[in-house]
Design a protein around this ligand. Structure first.
Ligand code: FAD
Length: 379
């Protein structure tokens, strides 16, 4: 009998799971005892962290994409046919083309998406870099920026917890390089009472912003944007004027998750250690799609995916789970255009940013190139 593994979502987490399974289940795949199918929404695989560099001209668009089929092991049956309905009781997934896929194990890896439309005026009045179209528009806006008020406005939930801080420090250096810093007022806003959700990161970022002359406002939850008046107003009653508004829009999980009744907002209730969908012993959730209260990040997705691969292999070969996810996250943080730091943490150990250096910045740039090896499971 063939064990059917169905992976929905061919982004970072789904790809690492698929390739990791192929590496460890070579014998079973060769005998036809295991079959791995992936349903994706796109022929191309996007390296999302690279979007941060597009507005500053520090990466080219072509560097962010690879053909998904070439990133995947040839053992994986990959279909560009997005899931439209997931029936965990009936153990089937229906797709846009009307096909129905059965499974023995289901991996939900549909990620998250930006929803600027949730804040009135944001889609019309703001820029962002969280998708390619947004990053392109921001590159154009920065190209013609001659000085004025820039607001970096952070909304939650969002993926990559450090990208808002990174873009702020990179903006500072970018404007300085162009001789525009003295003509610019840069303000960073954050929804809670400090500059970052992770307290040690907030404690590191605040003196850095003070030193560079970057202004900030906390307890700022965007309620609306007025594109004509060029203002952004918070639920707390503060209104900031801007010439350029760079927002991290709020996020939701995939529509198919909500439509299938698998989780409000598209986030699936997930056991934080086993990565089971709560209530299903043959459905696993990995990456941004989980509702686990830790950072939604590529590294989170990667470490979860590694755990899940070991557990699925162990379930197939030995009938039991192998290990638990310990909450590990590792994030590089750009502290400007030429300096970087990093944090790592897990469920037990809090993050502790190290002093920024050129060396860490270079490591991050190197990782941007090595990502494709990591997605293939080669590092
Ligand atoms: C600007 C930016 C900077 C970032 N920087 C970093 C960083 O420095 N470090 C870091 O660790 N993380 C970073 N991240 C976050 C990281 O990219 C994500 O957390 C990571 O991609 C999550 O992986 P995932 O597989 O869960 O989701 P994704 O990689 O988003 O993959 C989800 C996939 O599911 C597909 N999908 C959606 N719906 C369906 C459907 N119905 N059927 C089939 N497929 C579907 C999507 O098309 C997508 O391919 C950054 C993100 C951005 C946007």
């Amino acid at each position: 009998m063939t064990t059917r593994i169905l992976i929905v979502g061919g982004g970072l987490a789904g790809t690492i799971v698929a390739n990791g399974l192929c590496r460890q289940l070579g014998r079973e795949l060769a005998k036809g005892a295991v079959n791995i199918t992936m349903l994706g929404a796109d022929e191309r695989h996007l390296y999302q962290p690279g979007l941060l560099y597009i507005p500053f001209g520090r990466m080219r668009e072509a560097e962010l994409f690879r053909e998904q089929r070439k990133v995947l092991s040839h053992h994986v049956y990959f279909h560009v046919d997005p899931a439209t309905a997931i029936d965990v009781d009936g153990r089937t997934v229906t797709t846009a083309s009307g096909k129905e896929y059965g499974y023995d194990y289901l991996v939900l890896a549909t990620g998250s998406r930006i929803t600027p439309e949730e804040v009135p005026g944001m889609a019309e009045g703001a820029h962002w870099f969280y998708d390619l179209a947004g990053a392109r528009r921001l590159r154009e806006a920065l190209g013609v920026f001659t000085g004025g008020r820039i607001v970096v406005n952070v909304n939650v939930p969002h993926k990559c917890p450090v990208a808002p801080i990174e873009v702020t420090f990179m903006l500072h250096d970018f404007l300085k390089e162009r001789g525009l810093w003295d003509k610019t007022e840069l303000t960073y806003t954050y929804p809670i009472g400090r500059l970052h959700g992770l307290e040690p990161v907030a404690n590191w970022a605040q003196p850095e912003m003070d030193r560079l002359g970057i202004k900030y406002e906390t307890f700022f939850n965007a309620e609306s944007v007025d594109p004509n008046a060029r203002t952004v107003t918070s639920m707390e009653g503060s209104t900031l004027p801007y010439d350029l508004l760079i927002t991290i829009p709020p996020h939701k999980g995939a529509q198919v998750i909500e439509n299938s009744g698998l989780g409000k907002g598209g986030w699936v209730a997930t056991d934080k250690k086993t990565l089971h969908r709560v209530g299903s012993n043959n459905v696993f959730v990995v990456g941004d799609t989980t509702d686990i209260p830790i950072s939604k990040a590529g590294s989170t997705a990667h470490f979860e995916a590694d755990t899940l691969v070991d557990n699925l292999v162990s379930l197939i070969q030995e009938g039991c789970m192998a290990r638990e996810y310990d909450g590990k996250v590792f994030c590089f943080i750009e502290a400007g255009l030429n300096r970087g730091t990093y944090v790592w943490f897990n469920y037990q150990v809090p993050p502790n940013p190290v002093p920024p250096s050129r060396m860490v910045h270079w490591f991050k740039l190197a990782y941007n190139r090595m990502y494709w090896l990591s997605a293939r499971g080669l590092m």
